[in-house]
Design a binder for this molecule. Structure first.
Ligand code: ADP
Ligand code: MG
Length: 303
């Protein structure tokens, strides 16, 4: 494409909330046949909120608020959106209760947060661990007593994080994140163009399937660790596909860079935006179809 037609394309994109950083992205967009989308913060709002706190049989001598409180004390040291949801809920539960501890969460010691798995730490002498079933297993805790409760929550599309206290499964926290209002129409527009949409997430398979079913997405790559998101993109490219990847998180940066076209949410992290050729203002996925139309207009000017 000529520098002039690219400039016009970039300008028109900006008017539609599609910020194009490199000309190559604009040129390639019309050839994209596969759009891989991150779930949390991309298909969904990325503002998760706690919707359920369920206790394991073995933890019934305690209350749900006690479990939430211990979990929140550890999550307070994490910046993950799920952690924010748990801390916010603990604060509001405390404000609603009669306790007079002035809303302060206890200190956490020996904090650790393996990416894509969960967090752990010691709170008031108790060993608290929060995260995936695989994370509990890796710490020699059998998550089986929590499996049914977690599956029930996941079937509703919620993320279920497991909590273990002093080496014993203690409960499950259900966290829900709304699908963006703009997502269903954006996906419909892509399908009309014959594009395959694939969901990519670190979240559990059951949760991913529930959200995907609502959105009519029939291909899912779930429980993908942060380091492996780019591998999925590379595998699809090796099949000869032209792949766009849309994401918002620090975790998504390598996949954004690996894709033919990286599309960052303007509502997302700076690292994601820096790794992408295109930024969708307000995180509106309708910008993907708009970018393809622009690309087509720019490239057919050339032909
Ligand atoms: P996504 O790909 O949806 O952005 P992540 O890769 O960040 O998700 O995390 C994958 C999974 O790891 C989460 O669904 C959750 O079960 C677990 N996890 C990650 N961080 C935390 C945390 N701070 N607290 C609890 N669970 C966590
Ligand atoms: Mg995300």
């Amino acid at each position: 494409a000529t520098p002039m037609s690219i400039m016009v394309g970039v300008g028109r994109g900006a008017q539609m909330g599609v910020l194009i950083k490199n000309a190559e992205a604009l040129e390639l967009m019309e050839k994209v046949d596969t759009v891989v989308v991150d779930k949390t913060g991309t298909l969904t709002e990325g503002k998760p909120a706690v919707v359920a706190v369920e206790l394991a049989e073995s933890f019934h001598t305690h209350t749900a608020d006690e479990l939430l409180w211990l979990a929140a004390a550890v999550e307070n040291a994490s910046e993950h959106p799920l952690a924010r949801a748990i801390v916010d809920k603990a604060h509001s539960a405390l404000a609603a209760g009669t306790e007079s501890s002035a809303g302060r969460l206890p200190e956490v010691a020996d904090f650790d947060a393996p990416a894509g798995k969960g967090v752990l730490g010691i709170v008031e002498g108790r060993e608290v661990l929060i995260g995936t079933a695989g994370f509990l297993t890796s710490q020699d805790i059998d998550p089986a007593p929590l499996a049914d409760k977690a599956t029930q929550l996941r079937r509703t599309g919620a993320t279920a994080v497991l909590v273990a206290i002093d080496g014993t499964p203690a409960g499950v926290i259900g966290i829900a994140d709304q699908v963006k209002d703009t997502t269903p129409a954006a996906l419909t527009a892509l399908r009309k163009e014959g594009i395959e949409v694939i969901m990519l997430t670190g979240d559990n398979q059951v949760t991913a399937a529930a959200v995907a079913a609502d959105l009519g997405i029939d291909r899912i790559e779930a429980e993908v660790l942060p380091d492996h998101k780019a591998d999925v993109v590379n595998r699809l490219r090796a099949e000869g596909r032209v792949v766009a990847f849309a994401g918002d998180g620090v975790n998504d940066a390598p996949a954004l860079a690996a894709a033919d076209v990286g599309l960052a949410m303007g509502t997302g992290t700076d690292v994601a935006i820096e790794s992408a050729g295109v930024t969708l203002l307000r995180g509106d996925l309708n910008g993907i179809a708009h970018a393809r139309q622009l690309s087509h207009a720019v490239m057919s000017n050339v032909r």
